[in-house]
Design a binder for this molecule. Structure first.
Ligand code: ADP
Length: 572
């Protein structure tokens, strides 16, 4: 590591020359200056590490004033004062005012060098200490970035905010490569401190986020410059530091500065070798420099932010791929099942038609009519099946339309019961509901609700081989915080073949049919309950079944939301 650069300020040419020669012999780079003002001018344009100044310089600025002015320009400078015996007390006092060490004249070469080395070492340690404390703090803050409950969309904001606050930047922006490969860096978030005087260290220093689109629109050239620098930082995987638009070597206390300067640090965001984006920060005003500690903190935040953003993208992409696979599998399954279901009635139609068409057989009228009516029935089943398949695919595509309005739900139950009694007079059907004035309106599509009831009642009859006793019941459920206006529950109970636990879990899947006992001998497509579930869920309700087991009967339940009719009149 090269030795430090030292500025020696003494108004006595002989003393100045002697000290300069001594330090040069020890390998330091030395700039010898005549007085305080010269040193300040020099500091404005040149970087250096140590200021060694005489205390008393009659006719010019004194040593303490010089030190304080230079430390305002470059806070990293280590300041040592050379003083005579008579001013030792003053020199000690000056230690409280920004001076780091002093050496009493006359001094030997050994004393001077030892003093300089010790003071530099002390200051390096003190700075290191501050930096370590800041880093520990930063590491604990970054846990937020990596914690599971941080929303993916918030990660860029959080990274930017943490970086701005930790580094006391006035302005900052985060650019991200969009998730597709080979894309351009795009501005993702941009923020600025509300108060230009604010360096972020005090109260009320929260950064204000700008809407990205309008910012990009009105700051086109800045955004373009950030893009270029960001891409270069990514390509070299190194931080770029700019002072007043000029690139400077990053990472040292040797960086000079003046007031009213603008510095920019552009930090690459990389995660496991993948380019993620770039963090651009800007400082100006009283503290325009990025210190070494600032850059290290920014690098840590950028790498943690990059990992968090990259992880959330990977998780998102994985979910997308899984969803595509799942959709693909479902589609193939659906096509296979539909073809299978269509084949059964078609085979029967084809068989009877071929038989009727045999040229070697003369069919009598009765057989001909019988076969034709079988063909006609099979065609009806085919049409019903196709209607159901279309309905199920609408449900799965999320395209099932329902037209909800406030409905007198007990009337819908009565209608379903009337239909059943007309079609199946042998069935013992009971309808139960509370007194009419206690039944709330339901928010529903009555055509669709009756379709559900029809399906459940037909199943109840189909799967009850003897003496069906079916009970249709309506209840208003107690208040639930998910449904502020309440829910009603409708159930269809039968005394039929019942369901095992395994079947209970699966019968609402499309094409699922119980394949044992009397259920096997009953005709059906396995689509009815899938359609019922689609309709009920489209209303915001739930459908399920309870059964004590085989031959113990089943109860199908579904819920529907109560209508909020507080603002409606003349419903009857
Ligand atoms: P399908 O009746 O056309 O087979 P569904 O989707 O309506 O199709 O029903 C799926 C399966 O659920 C039926 O095959 C039958 O095994 C079972 N299931 C439906 N309703 C009942 C019931 N009330 N009692 C017993 N099993 C039933």
């Amino acid at each position: 590591m090269p030795k430090e650069t030292i500025v020696v300020v003494d108004d006595e040419p002989a003393a100045r020359a002697a000290v300069t020669r001594l330090l040069q012999e020890r390998g330091y780079t030395v700039h010898a200056l005549n007085g305080g003002q010269e040193a300040i001018d020099f500091a404005n344009t040149n970087p250096f590490d140590v200021l060694l100044t005489d205390f008393r310089m009659p006719g010019g600025l004194d040593g303490l004033t010089t030190v304080r002015a230079i430390r305002r320009i470059n806070p990293q400078v280590v300041a040592i004062i050379m003083t005579g015996h008579s001013s030792v007390d003053l020199a000690i006092e000056s230690l409280k005012l920004g001076v780091h060490g002093f050496v009493v004249k006359p001094f030997t070469a050994f004393e001077l060098i030892r003093n300089i080395e010790q003071t530099i070492a002390q200051q390096t340690l003190a700075r290191e200490n501050i930096r370590m404390r800041a880093l520990v703090d930063v590491f604990s803050t970054t846990q937020q970035l990596l914690s599971a409950n941080t929303e993916a969309a918030q990660l860029p904001h959080l990274t930017l905010e943490l970086a701005m606050n930790r580094v006391s930047a006035r302005q900052a922006a985060l650019l991200l490569l969009s998730a597709e490969q080979d894309s351009l860096l795009e501005l993702a978030v941009v923020a600025e401190r509300a108060n230009p005087e604010d360096d972020g260290s005090g109260e009320g220093s929260l950064p204000v986020f700008h809407p990205v689109d309008s910012y990009s629109h009105s700051n086109l050239s800045q955004v373009e410059q950030m893009r270029l620098l960001g891409q270069r930082a990514l390509n070299t995987n190194a931080t770029i530091l700019m002072v007043d638009g000029q690139e400077v070597e990053p990472g040292s206390a040797r960086m000079s500065s003046t007031q009213n300067r603008v510095s920019q640090a552009v930090v690459p965001l990389m995660a496991q070798g993948r380019q993620v984006g770039a963090l651009v920060m800007e400082k100006n005003g009283a503290e325009p420099n990025f210190t070494e500690a600032d850059l290290q903190i920014a690098a840590i935040l950028a790498s943690q932010g990059a990992i968090a953003i990259d992880n959330s993208r990977l998780v998102h992409r994985l979910a997308q791929v899984e969803a595509l696979h799942q959709a693909d599998r479902l589609r193939s399954e659906f096509v296979a099942m539909v073809s299978h279901e269509l084949r059964t009635p078609l085979t029967s139609i084809k068989g009877y038609a071929t038989t009727l068409l045999r040229p070697d057989v003369q069919w009598n009228n009765q057989t001909g009519t019988e076969y034709l009516s079988i063909i006609s029935e099979e065609c009806d089943k085919l049409m019903q099946l196709i209607d159901n398949i279309l309905e199920v695919s609408r449900i799965e595509a999320g395209a099932l339309r329902i037209y909800p309005e406030p409905v007198q739900i007990y009337e819908v139950l009565d209608r379903a019961a009337m239909e059943t009694r007309r079609r199946s007079p042998e069935v013992n059907l009971e309808v139960r509901y509370p007194p009419i004035d206690e039944i709330p309106y339901v928010m529903g599509d009555s055509q669709r609700i009756i379709q559900v009831l029809r399906n459940l009642i037909q199943n109840a009859i189909k799967y009850t081989p003897s003496d069906p006793h079916i009970v249709l019941e309506l209840k208003a459920l107690p208040y639930d915080e998910d449904y502020p206006h309440g829910m009603v529950e409708i159930s269809v109970r039968d005394n039929g073949i019942g369901l095992t636990q395994e079947n209970k879990d699966r019968i609402f899947e499309r094409f699922y049919r119980v394949d044992t006992g009397s259920a096997r001998r009953t005709e059906g497509t396995g689509l009815g309950l899938a359609i019922c579930r689609g309709i009920v869920e489209a209303h915001g309700g739930r459908i399920w079944v309870e059964s004590e087991g085989r031959n113990k009967g089943s109860i199908f339940f579904f819920t529907l939301p109560v209508a909020d009719i507080s603002n409606q009149f003349n419903l009857d």
